[in-house]
Design a protein around this ligand. Structure first.
Ligand SMILES: Cc1ncc(COP(=O)(O)O)c(C=O)c1O
Length: 398
């Protein structure tokens, strides 16, 4: 049976009247999450205290939830684990991948990648020394830039600014053909569109859960390691919970079995409880249905905005195969325009230098929301309502 998106909308707690097109930045609150977190606080932490690690199964939660996310990203069971932030997981995956190509020194990425990924890669290269370097090229030049100097290709599948999507299968095949490994960042893919890590032969993947997977602000990230590497990848962040026997308290580090070795320290149980509530929703949803409905919403949004607002330039590829789930427009006054939209209850966000970003997911957005959003954007643009001093003042988070 196809996913009933009219029903999924009722599973999220959204303020009355708000059109929330920012689930690509912070997903909304699942209605059951507050009670689920409260239960973990009062019944588990409150009553079991330290016993919760065993009795409530806290210690296995990162792997249990990893498997549930794995279904959405085409990962084999037992290949995904939760923990830490995405920046940390990027570093961890990169360090392991570099260690598997000791005769090469280059990390290849693109200039559209999220800066934190590039910063982490650069920081790792500086720590390693010995000629390690990060090389970046334009997103459309990556495929041809993969040569036999490249140890690791590190890409975010869907560009956080433009929403343009790399071809995972083609890029992975090219990396492997030259002897390189590939690390995929799925921050804007997991829960947004179907991903086929196993089918496409990805080596490592990482992603966050606070966007499309609705785990709440600061929710932990996940990491995937292909089964072929799971027992050989050396975990650079060798924390005790990635040890083969954490409670043996040995003085020597021995990596744990498979994906367990990518754990670092104590998992954030309250945040994982919120994610568990969200995954109860995700378990009932067909990601192919999400994709089809999302593209239809995107087409409707693009057509509406372009027809009424010629001053906004589409930054997202029109081609369905080339785009993710968000739709972005460019305008030199993008920040002020976005503030004017937010003041009218249409929530998107701004990414420097000129991108207005709108996240579209059918889980809680319908065609009626798109039409209302287009009407608000049209009003703000045609009447110049954004050009007021209060909309130009930059907040800390944009
Ligand atoms: C593509 C991408 N990579 C990495 C990050 C950084 O994630 P975190 O702040 O969880 O480390 C983000 C954050 O939005 C992102 O969009």
């Amino acid at each position: 049976m196809p996913t009933d998106f009219a029903a999924t909308r009722g599973l999220f707690d959204l303020p009355e009247g708000m059109i929330y097109l920012d689930g690509n930045s912070l997903g909304p609150l699942p209605r059951t999450a507050a009670a689920r977190v409260a239960r973990t606080v009062t019944e588990e932490w409150g009553q079991m205290l330290i016993g919760g690690w065993n009795k409530a199964g806290w210690m296995d939660l990162p792997a249990r939830l990893g498997d549930r996310i794995g279904r959405l990203i085409g990962a084999e069971p037992g290949t995904v684990v939760l923990g830490d932030t995405l920046s940390i997981k990027v570093y961890q995956a990169l360090a392991s991948a570099l260690g598997m190509r000791p005769d090469r020194r280059v990390i290849l990425s693109d200039t559209g990648n999220f800066p934190s990924d590039l910063y982490m890669a650069d920081g790792l290269c500086r720590t390693l020394g010995q000629g390690y370097a990060l090389r970046t090229v334009a997103p459309e030049a990556v495929l041809d830039a993969i040569d036999d100097h490249v140890a690791v290709v590190m890409l975010t599948e869907v560009d956080y600014r433009t929403g343009a999507r790399h071809d995972m299968a083609a890029m992975t095949a090219r990396a492997h053909a030259t002897g390189a490994l590939i690390v995929w960042d799925l921050a804007h893919s997991a829960g947004a569109l179907p991903v086929h890590l196993a089918r496409d032969g990805a080596d490592f993947a990482v992603g966050c859960t606070y966007k499309y997977l609705n785990s709440g602000p600061g929710g932990p990230a996940f990491i995937y390691v292909a089964p072929a590497h799971a027992e050989t990848a050396r975990p650079a962040l060798s924390g005790w919970l990635g040890h083969e026997a954490p409670f043996a308290f040995d003085l020597d580090y021995r990596p744990g079995r498979g994906i367990e070795r990518m754990r670092v320290g104590t998992p954030p149980i309250l945040q994982l409880a919120a994610l568990e509530a969200s995954m109860d929703i995700w378990d009932t949803i067909d990601i192919e249905d999400v994709r089809a409905a999302c593209l239809a919403l995107g087409d409707r949004f693009i057509a509406g905005v372009e027809a009424a607002c010629p001053a906004l330039t589409l930054a997202t590829p029109r081609d369905h195969d080339r785009r993710g789930s968000q739709v972005s427009f460019r305008h030199p006054q993008g920040y002020a325009i976005m503030q004017a939209l937010i003041a009218r209850g249409l929530i998107g966000d701004f990414r420097a230098p000129d991108i207005l970003r709108f996240g579209l997911t059918p889980l809680f957005i319908g065609a009626d929301d798109i039409d209302r959003a287009v009407a608000i954007i049209t009003q703000v643009m045609t009447q110049g309502l954004w050009d007021r001093p209060e909309f130009h003042a930059r907040a800390k988070v944009t």
